[in-house]
Design a protein around this ligand. Structure first.
Ligand code: 13P
Length: 249
């Protein structure tokens, strides 16, 4: 049986109480009969608000990061236990913006994935190459290295993760990877997972990077693209709903 596609919105550092209310209500109203899974990954201060707003809808709640530590003196960090208290089911880990601006290494990302899994939160592990790396022909090496670290630490439950391939040069730039470019990397990631688990087919492999209402259907039609991690377009209800509709088709 084909698995249901997964569309996750990453709001990044956007939103206000008022704007979130309007966005969530509009999205929830547009997706009553769902043939795919929908998640919104919201800034931590809005978890309580969105937890309430999503009630009665099929929208799942996600966080944009999670601490690798359980508890203690880690100023500014949010633990997996805290996220669970707000009904969080997914957490993005290793987003390129965190790797670049917050010094997250492959090893830290792998630990975050482990902490999330240990608390019943599905990590959405982001991998992806920069433009310089792509131009130097290093795409395969980079994404494999990033995923290998996560497999190394989480080998026994690796089929429980979600992987998002987000080429850094496509994020927020309006330059999407072509469906062929994306599929090529997704196939590599699937192969790598297959070497670690017999359940590699179960793992959702998401594409992220300027996915929008116009290009979603072709990207989502690729064999190994099981969904999307959507930034900018997830902040506009009509656009997000069109992407969801493409994934449910
Ligand atoms: P955009 O869809 O805005 O390019 O962002 C992609 C992304 O980084 C999602 O995590």
């Amino acid at each position: 049986m084909r698995k249901r596609k997964l569309i996750a919105g990453n709001w990044k550092m956007n939103g206000t109480l008022e704007a979130n209310d309007a966005l969530l209500r509009a999205v929830a109203a547009g997706i009553n009969e769902l043939a795919c899974q929908v998640v919104v990954c919201v800034p931590a201060p809005y978890l309580a608000q969105v937890q309430m707003l999503r009630q009665g809808s099929k929208i799942e709640l996600g966080a944009q990061d999670v601490s690798r530590h359980a508890t203690g003196a880690y100023t500014g960090e949010v633990s997996a236990t805290m996220l669970r208290e707000f009904g969080v089911r997914y957490a993005i880990v290793g987003h390129s913006e965190r790797r670049q601006c917050h010094g997250e290494t492959d090893a830290i990302v792998a630990e975050k994935a482990r902490t999330a899994l240990a608390h019943g939160i599905t990590p959405i592990v982001c991998v992806g190459e920069t433009l310089a790396e792509r131009e130097a022909g290093q795409t395969e090496e980079v994404v494999k290295r990033q995923l290998a670290a996560v497999i190394h630490v989480n080998g026994h439950c690796i089929s429980e993760i979600v992987v998002a391939y987000e080429p850094v040069w496509a994020i927020g730039t309006g330059k999407t990877a072509s469906p062929e470019q994306a599929q090529q990397v997704h196939a590599l990631l699937r192969q790598q997972l297959a070497a670690a688990t017999e359940h590699a087919e179960r793992v959702h492999l998401l594409y992220g990077g300027s996915m929008n209402a116009a290009n979603a259907a072709t990207l989502l039609a690729q064999t190994d693209i099981d969904g999307g991690l959507v930034g900018g377009a997830s902040l506009k209800a009509p656009d997000f709903l069109q992407i969801i509709a493409a994934a449910c088709a």
